[in-house]
Design a protein around this ligand. Structure first.
Ligand code: GDP
Length: 216
């Protein structure tokens, strides 16, 4: 799976500004438009690096970091056939309550609930740290609202340091403490990806998964 083209389309601060405006209420034909694949995660999780890694376009995600766009929904069109959607980071664990309630919440929750062409949400989780409460909350909320999503562990190239266990322990703990709490059996759990933007690990798995979802 190759990314042949990737271009910035628009930054939206309301759902109406997003591309592919919703189809009319009585529309019954085949809906034509590009599907959204959204990327979310805590600030500093490595979202920009991953977006640059999977698109092979350095600086694409820089757009999302320019003033005025950090809190926007940024659409990038990939291969002229699907949207990579970069959503605002949801802040650090210590601001969990406030962040979930205001800035991030209102805007992105509305996007998740109302965006009809949303195909999948990739929730980025820092593989180098133990389970964070806000990540648990976000994944639980997506599951409760039947929003299709996958889990993407980032920075999995990082070696074991005194500061914490290697990613495999964090991944296992996350599956046990979060995913297994939500889903009864492993088969219904969301897909889990192990990635690194340094080694590009997981890049082809992610792109292949997106390709498969697009063709169902
Ligand atoms: P964002 O705020 O989620 O967009 O995160 P960035 O992509 O800006 O990355 C945050 C920090 O994590 C930066 O210092 C990156 O160099 C580092 N980082 C991101 N991805 C990786 C990775 O895959 N491996 C390692 N070792 N570091 C990473």
């Amino acid at each position: 799976t190759r990314v042949r083209s990737a271009r910035y389309v628009v930054s939206s601060v309301t759902i109406d500004q997003c591309p592919n405006p919703p189809t009319p209420p009585n529309f019954s034909g085949k809906w034509v438009g590009f599907p959204d694949f959204a990327f979310i995660g805590r600030s500093n999780v490595g979202k920009s690096s991953l977006i640059n890694s999977i698109t092979g376009t350095d600086g694409l995600a820089l757009v999302s970091k320019t003033p005025g766009k950090t809190k926007a929904i940024n659409h990038f069109l990939i291969n002229e056939c699907w949207y990579l959607v970069d959503l605002p980071g949801y802040g650090y664990a210590k601001t969990v309550g406030r962040q979930m309630r205001d800035v991030w919440a209102n805007f992105t929750m509305q996007y998740f609930l109302e965006r009809r062409c949303l195909c999948n949400v990739f929730v980025l989780i820092d593989g180098t740290v133990p389970t964070q409460e806000i990540d648990r909350q976000v994944v639980t909320w997506l599951a409760d609202n039947d929003i299709p999503h996958s889990i993407v562990f980032t920075k999995c190239d990082k070696k074991n340091k005194k500061s914490g266990p290697p990613y495999s322990l964090n991944v296992e703990a996350f599956k046990r403490d979060v995913l297994a709490e939500i889903w009864d059996d492993e088969e219904s759990m969301p897909q889990v990806f192990i990635t690194s933007s340094v080694s590009n690990q997981g890049k082809q798995a992610l792109l292949g998964y997106i390709k498969r979802l697009r063709s169902v």
